[in-house]
Design a protein around this ligand. Structure first.
Ligand SMILES: *Cc1c(COP(=O)(O)O)cnc(C)c1O
Length: 394
C-alpha cells in the first residue's frame, strides 16, 4: 500500500465514525441569517456567532463595497511592509475609542491575534497562568511562547492565588490569561477578583473577550466594561468575526503594546493583512454600536425569552450568564442524534461533544441573535419540545 493513500488518517477517520462524531461540513447557500438555506433546505439557524445580525447588514455591506471601490480587494503585502492603509488605521482608532483603551492592534483573526500576541509579550523568564477551560487559540498561543505554563481550575480565584503565591518570586513577569465569556457554557470569568489578585501579586492580565465584545457592557463594549474594569486589564482581545460580523481579531491596551506588536507580532510580519472591505465594514459596525443600543437590546431580549421558555420545557440549560444557551443532552451519540433530529424538523443547532466538552456532557449550543423574530423563536421552541419528548430528554 502506498504511503500516499494516507491510510493512517483513514484509520483515524474510521474511529471517528465508530464514536459517532464523524460529520461532513454543512453547506450554506446564501448569507448567514436567522433563517438559512442549508444543504438545500430552509431551516432556522441557532448556530452562528452572528449575534447582532451584522454579517449581512446593509450598512456594513455598503461600507465594504465603498472600501473595495476606493482601495481594491487585497492589500498586496504583509502589514509591516506595505499592506497597511489609512482605512486600517482608522479601524483601529474607532475600535480603541469603542473599547476605551489607548491603542488597538488588529490581526487577521482572533485565533491569529492570540497566537501572535501571547508569544510576543512573554519569554523564558516568564510564567503564563491560564484558566483550564481557555479557548484553543490561547492554548496554541501559549505553546508558541517560550514562557513556562501552568493552569488554574476553571474560574477558581482561590486556586489562582495559590499558584501565584507559589510562583511569583521565580519569574520576571506572570501573565494571567482567561476568556471573558466561556463559549461552551456561556459563563463569565470572575474578572473583578482575578484583577484584584493580579494587582496584589503584580501580575499582568490578558482577557480574551471574543464572545463578550458586542454583547456585554454598555453598547456591547465587552466584559471589561460590564465589570467596570477599564484601565486595569493589560491585554483585552476581541474578535471582529462574531458580533462585529466580519473577520479579524484585535488586542486593546497601551501604545507600548501596539508599538511592540508592530515589530514582533508574527502574523503581522509573515501573513498578508486584512482586505480593505473588512476595515470598511468594521468601522461601520462600531459606529452603529456606539450610536444605538437597539441591536444589543434585541439580542438580550431574544436570549432571555428563549432561555426562560427552554427552562419551562424542562431542559437543563446550565448556568449561562450570556446569550449562549447550552442545552445539555449527555452522551456523545445521543447528542449527535438529537442535533440531527432537530435539523430534520427544520432547526439547525450543532451538537458539541467530547473532546470539545467533557465526556458525557454533550450538548447542543443555541446561539440566539438580535435578528431572530419571536415567530422564529417560537417555531424553534416547538421543535425542541417535539424532539425532546420523542427522545426522552424532557
Ligand atoms: C472564536 C474565538 C476566537 C477566535 O476568533 P476568530 O476571529 O474566529 O479567529 C478566539 N478566542 C475565543 C475565546 C473565541 O471564542
Amino acid at each position: 500500500m502506498s504511503i500516499h493513500e494516507l491510510s493512517y488518517l483513514k484509520e483515524k477517520i474510521e474511529d471517528l465514525k465508530k464514536d459517532g462524531v464523524y460529520r461532513t461540513l454543512p453547506i450554506l447557500e446564501g448569507p448567514n441569517e436567522a433563517e438559512i438555506i442549508l444543504n438545500g433546505k430552509k431551516v432556522i439557524n441557532l448556530s452562528s456567532n452572528n449575534y447582532l445580525g451584522f454579517a449581512n447588514h446593509p450598512r456594513l455591506k455598503e461600507a465594504s463595497i465603498k472600501a473595495i471601490e476606493k482601495y481594491g480587494v487585497g492589500v498586496g503585502a504583509v502589514r509591516t511592509i506595505i499592506g497597511n492603509m489609512d482605512i486600517h488605521e482608522e479601524m483601529e482608532r474607532v475600535l480603541a475609542e469603542f473599547k476605551k483603551e489607548e491603542a488597538v492592534m488588529v490581526f487577521q483573526s482572533g485565533f491569529n491575534c492570540n497566537a501572535g500576541t501571547i508569544q510576543s509579550v512573554t519569554d523564558e523568564e516568564d510564567l503564563i497562568i491560564s484558566d483550564e477551560l481557555n479557548h484553543a487559540s490561547i492554548i496554541d498561543g501559549a505553546r508558541l511562547s517560550r514562557a513556562k505554563k501552568t493552569v488554574f481550575k476553571h474560574a477558581d480565584v482561590n486556586h489562582l492565588e495559590t499558584v501565584l503565591k507559589e510562583n511569583r518570586d521565580k519569574y520576571r513577569n506572570i501573565l494571567i490569561i482567561t476568556d471573558g465569556v466561556f463559549s461552551m457554557d456561556g459563563d463569565l470569568a470572575p474578572l473583578p477578583d482575578i484583577v484584584e489578585v493580579a494587582e496584589i501579586y503584580n501580575a499582568m492580565t490578558y482577557v480574551d473577550d471574543a464572545h463578550g465584545s458586542g454583547v456585554l457592557g454598555t453598547n456591547g463594549r465587552g466584559t471589561i466594561d460590564h465589570y467596570d474594569l477599564h484601565g486595569r486589564v493589560d491585554f483585552t482581545i476581541g474578535t471582529l468575526s462574531k458580533a462585529i460580523g466580519a473577520i479579524g481579531g484585535y488586542v486593546a491596551g497601551s501604545n507600548t503594546m501596539r508599538d511592540w506588536l508592530s515589530h514582533r507580532g508574527r502574523p503581522l510580519l509573515f501573513s498578508t493583512y486584512l482586505p480593505p472591505a473588512v476595515a470598511g465594514a468594521v468601522i461601520e459596525a462600531v459606529k452603529i454600536l456606539m450610536s444605538t443600543s437597539e441591536y444589543t437590546d434585541r439580542l438580550w431580549n431574544n436570549a432571555n425569552y428563549f432561555k426562560a421558555k427552554m427552562k419551562e420545557l424542562g431542559y437543563n440549560i446550565g448556568n449561562s450568564q450570556t446569550p449562549i444557551t447550552p442545552v445539555i443532552i449527555g452522551g456523545e451519540d445521543k447528542t449527535m442524534k438529537f442535533s440531527r433530529r432537530l435539523l430534520e424538523e427544520g432547526l439547525f443547532v450543532s451538537g458539541i461533544v467530547f473532546p470539545t466538552v467533557p465526556l458525557g456532557t454533550g450538548r447542543v449550543r443555541c446561539m440566539v441573535t438580535a435578528n431572530h423574530t419571536k415567530e422564529q423563536l417560537d417555531r424553534a421552541l416547538e421543535i425542541f419540545e417535539k424532539v425532546g419528548k420523542e427522545m426522552s430528554v424532557i
